[in-house]
Write a protein that binds this ligand. Structure first.
Ligand SMILES: [Cu+2]
Length: 312
């Protein structure tokens, strides 16, 4: 009877946890980078499933074959030497699994870090995505517009996101396009994405950053280049220009809805890249940068910040 209740509790926990995943967006990719990640996830699930099934089968076999028998209590088994076949399987299989996953990780990381497959040679749309408590600011230098908490992107064009933060470290994540990658306060990281089809998606900060974290989300909409150009035109005709005063107001902690501006904050508050990069204690940076460097781990994401993280 007790076991029944335990099983019921486990089952309801699983159902509750899974229902929070909202149709598992990670496994419903809308672009090549997310497709690569979804493939790796499925491959990992498949291989782990095989391992679990084989191990469980062996366990049942061993338990049945070597179960308590009617031999006398003082029975002593004969001396058995180690079995080389069994030992090589026990040591060898995990080594093979680790080697296999290492190769898969290196290949898929290189794919995800590079310009998306099928988009090589195209001129990417560069978007600066910066976070502040508890908003996302998207600057489109090419179009000279800026949005807050929503992101419109053209389909079938490579996107190059430049990530940084005005507050604590956050992580930029659009599950159906790929990511996540860290946005840090004194350096810019680059994330290459692309959308194959139009539609609405969810984006969020994926790095727990304390108060306001749960609402630190943004709306993503992918559309054809024509519709995107139309939207840019409309923004330029209707939106107010972003001023330094208005922008500094926006940087204060608080929740904002979706906002649209002409111009970008990059004009008066440039991104921490090139000569503005202070992260590694280059001249003119704030004295705090060394201490700050100790606090965050550059390699904890599945990326190595190759492109943007230049040590020296
Ligand atoms: Cu750094």
């Amino acid at each position: 009877m007790k076991i029944k209740w335990v099983l019921l509790a486990i089952l309801s926990t699983i159902v509750n946890v899974l229902s929070g995943c909202e149709s598992l967006a990670v496994l419903d990719p809308k672009g090549p980078q997310a497709q690569t990640q979804a493939n790796v996830i499925w491959l990992s699930i498949a291989i782990m499933a095989v391992i679990v099934i084989v191990v469980c089968a062996i366990l049942v076999f061993v338990l049945t074959k070597y179960r308590d028998s009617k031999l006398p209590k003082d029975y002593e088994p004969p001396y058995i030497e180690g079995n080389h076949v069994v030992e090589s399987i026990i040591v060898g299989v995990p080594i093979l699994i680790v080697i296999f996953f290492s190769v898969v990780s290196v290949i898929s990381n290189n794919k995800v870090e590079a310009t998306p497959e099928g988009y090589k040679g195209q001129d990417p749309l560069v978007i600066y995505a910066s976070s502040s408590d508890w908003k996302w600011h998207f600057s489109y230098p090419e179009n000279d517009i800026e949005t807050v908490n929503y992101l419109y992107i053209p389909t079938n064009r490579p996107l190059e996101f430049k990530l940084y933060s005005f507050g604590p470290i956050t992580s930029f994540w659009i599950p159906q396009l790929g990511g996540q990658k860290y946005a840090m306060s004194n350096m810019v990281t680059t994330l290459h994405l692309a959308a194959d089809e139009s539609g609405e998606m969810m984006g969020r900060n994926a790095n727990f950053s304390g108060k306001g974290f749960a609402e630190n989300t943004f709306h993503v909409e992918a559309m054809s280049q024509d519709k995107f150009d139309e939207w840019v035109k409309e923004v330029k005709e209707t939106a107010k220009p972003i001023t330094e005063v208005r922008f500094n107001e926006l940087l204060k902690p608080g929740h904002e809805g979706q906002l649209t501006f002409t111009g970008t904050h990059l004009d008066f508050s440039p991104a921490p890249e090139g000569e503005n990069a202070g992260h590694h204690g280059s001249s003119g940076s704030n004295a705090n940068s060394k201490g700050e460097h100790m606090e965050h781990d550059h390699n904890s994401s599945n990326s190595k910040e190759k492109s943007a993280h230049n040590h020296e």
